[in-house]
Design a protein around this ligand. Structure first.
Ligand SMILES: NC(=O)c1ccc[n+]([C@@H]2O[C@H](COP(=O)([O-])OP(=O)(O)OC[C@H]3O[C@@H](n4cnc5c(N)ncnc54)[C@H](O)[C@@H]3O)[C@@H](O)[C@H]2O)c1
Length: 247
């Protein structure tokens, strides 16, 4: 699919990987609508010439309104990138007792159900494009989907489910001319990680096989663009991690 003519929605686009993707897509000529729960993201979106809709990805009415807004502004939707997500670190049985059920549930709710909520409603709008190839969906997993660490039961479960649904989604949506892939990033230098002390960032970077550094969000964004542009990529989860294998 030619990105320069695309109309893309990017969730979580107020920050980090989503913001880098929205900016890269704009650089390549795509129209972009950013969907994020953070109202403060509107300014950054305006600065790159993207539309913005304050959205809670877990809420059906909120996502419906946001996608309707995107269609009204851009004339349709061809690409949906799901980057909205949250991270928790909590052991199954820790010093303070068992894992909180509400934090486990919330992680699944945002990372998994939120992504599914957006993509199912975006797919409905893509199908209306009426072409041989109607759209591309890119979800964000994590290498924690495959080698989650201590304290990552909730996060890893949410991301393993993203990877696990990639193939059935591709099969479900093939008849509508929609491709579905996921990206499993390693450790990227987003605001979330940049907030950690420098020595923690350095020790994380030292675990990466090569190159020994955090991933740059633009490297994630370029992988999204590659997936959109390569029509034969479908049903696959791509690791982008400098060969990091977490222990
Ligand atoms: N940064 C990394 O190293 C890394 C590694 C692997 C996977 N990921 C995944 O990549 C995605 C983006 O991560 P990031 O590092 O850019 O994080 P980030 O915190 O910088 O950005 C996440 C964005 O999601 C938004 N968001 C959260 N909950 C939302 C909701 N309910 N509705 C709408 N928007 C919501 C936030 O407002 C924020 O703008 C996440 O799914 C994360 O799990 C990140």
């Amino acid at each position: 699919m030619d990105l320069s003519n695309c109309r893309a929605v990017v969730t979580g686009g107020a920050s980090g990987l989503g913001a880098a993707t929205a900016a890269h897509f704009r650089d390549l000529g795509a129209q972009v609508t950013v969907l994020d729960r953070d109202p403060a993201g509107a300014e950054g979106a305006a600065a790159i010439g993207a539309h913005y809709a304050v959205t809670d990805v877990t809420d059906e009415a909120s996502v419906t309104a946001a996608l309707d807004h995107a269609v009204a502004r851009m004339g349709g939707i061809d690409v949906c990138v799901n980057c909205a997500g949250v991270v928790v670190g909590e052991k199954t049985l820790g010093r303070d007792g068992p894992h909180r059920l509400d934090s486990f549930r919330r992680t699944i709710e945002v990372n998994l159900i939120g992504s599914f909520n957006v993509l199912r409603l975006a797919a409905e709008r893509m199908a209306a494009n009426g072409r041989a190839q109607n759209g591309v969906i890119v979800n964000t997993a994590s290498i924690a989907a495959f080698d989650g660490q201590k304290g990552q039961a909730a996060y890893a479960a949410s991301k393993a489910a993203i990877a696990g649904m990639t193939l059935p989604l591709a099969r479900d949506l093939a008849g509508q001319g929609i491709r579905v892939c996921a990206i499993a990033p390693g450790i990227f230098g987003t605001p979330m990680l940049k907030g950690l002390p420098a020595e923690v960032q350095d020790s994380l970077a030292a675990e990466v096989t090569f190159p020994k550094r955090l991933g740059d969000p633009t490297e994630f964004a370029r992988t999204c663009a590659f997936i959109v542009q390569n029509d034969y990529l479908n049903g696959e989860t791509i690791r982008v991690d400098g060969a990091l294998r977490m222990r």
